[in-house]
Design a protein around this ligand. Structure first.
Ligand SMILES: Nc1ccn([C@@H]2O[C@H](COP(=O)(O)OP(=O)(O)OP(=O)(O)O)[C@@H](O)[C@H]2O)c(=O)n1
Ligand SMILES: Nc1nc2c(ncn2[C@@H]2O[C@H](COP(=O)(O)OP(=O)(O)O)[C@@H](O)[C@H]2O)c(=O)[nH]1
Length: 226
């Protein structure tokens, strides 16, 4: 069994972390680990961490570092045989330090997307809450307006994707993320990609991953349908 490969994807809300993580998972066989999904699972199961986290998320606040690390790190430590890509964690320098102690990262991707583009995308983001599937009015619309392609259940919009909450959320992200980005830059594992379109960023990310890990044997490269 070859050594497992560990990567992190960073970027502001709406920068395409979830979308790109799915493509990486599909093309290179990495497991996509989303801290947002971990949170939602814990909230649904009413675990101690989930109940606590919910009170912050409902107010549009970041969940405190000690709650996030307690939730995420044990999940990572369980994975001993499969390469992974972590999305949504670390969000703060304290989370990055905790992750650093827990494991050695091979690669960090940072997505750099202009503010106006983020605002536009997030205001059109619709989610299937049970699965976390994400749609966008123009970019990847559901087959039938307002409902999930697979289950036919209704789609919802996150409260914090609504215009009023967005600007503050994006500003806050910038302040908190800067030291995290600087840390990975200083370690020499940071790769930054800047563009307004995921489909233009993707070929560069795909090339980067191809140089680091072999293509997932079962899949071919992800080919966007548009
Ligand atoms: N390290 C983290 C990850 C998530 N969250 C909280 O969990 C919520 C949902 O997480 P996720 O699905 O990753 O966030 P989104 O709001 O969808 O953020 P993004 O737009 O970056 O995907 C976040 O808004 C935030 O309140 C947090 O506090 N700390
Ligand atoms: N118009 C447009 N929308 C995109 C693009 N890439 C992703 N999206 C959509 O933008 C929203 C945010 O993307 P997501 O992957 O959830 O970003 P995250 O918040 O960083 O995880 C979703 O509705 C995506 O479908 C793009 O290149 N163009």
């Amino acid at each position: 069994m070859s050594r497992i490969f560990r990567a992190v994807i960073l970027g502001p809300p709406g920068s395409g972390k979830g979308t790109i993580s799915e493509r990486i998972a599909q093309s290179f066989g990495l497991q996509h680990l989303s801290s947002g999904d971990f949170l939602r699972e814990n909230i649904a199961a009413k675990t101690e961490a989930g109940v606590l986290a919910k009170t912050y998320i409902e107010k549009g606040l970041l969940v405190p570092d000690h709650v996030m690390t307690r939730l995420v790190l044990p999940r990572l430590e369980e994975i001993t045989r499969h390469s992974w890509l972590l999305d949504g964690f670390p969000r703060t320098l304290a989370q990055a330090h905790a992750l650093d102690i827990a494991c050695d990262l091979d690669l960090v991707i940072s997505l750099n997307v202009p503010f106006e583009t983020l605002k536009e995308r997030l205001s059109h983001r619709w989610i299937h809450p049970a699965s976390g599937r994400v749609y966008n009015k123009g970019f990847n619309p559901p087959r039938v307006k307002g409902v999930d392609d697979i289950t036919g259940e209704p789609l919802i919009q996150h409260e914090d994707d609504k215009p009023m909450a967005l600007v503050a959320r994006l500003r806050h992200y910038k302040d908190v993320a800067k030291p995290v980005i600087d840390l990975y830059k200083s370690k020499g594992i940071l790769h930054t990609f800047s563009d307004t379109e995921t489909d233009r960023i993707w070929p560069y990310i795909s090339t980067l991953f191809s140089t680091k890990i072999p293509m997932h044997q079962a899949d071919t490269h992800y080919a966007p349908s548009h």
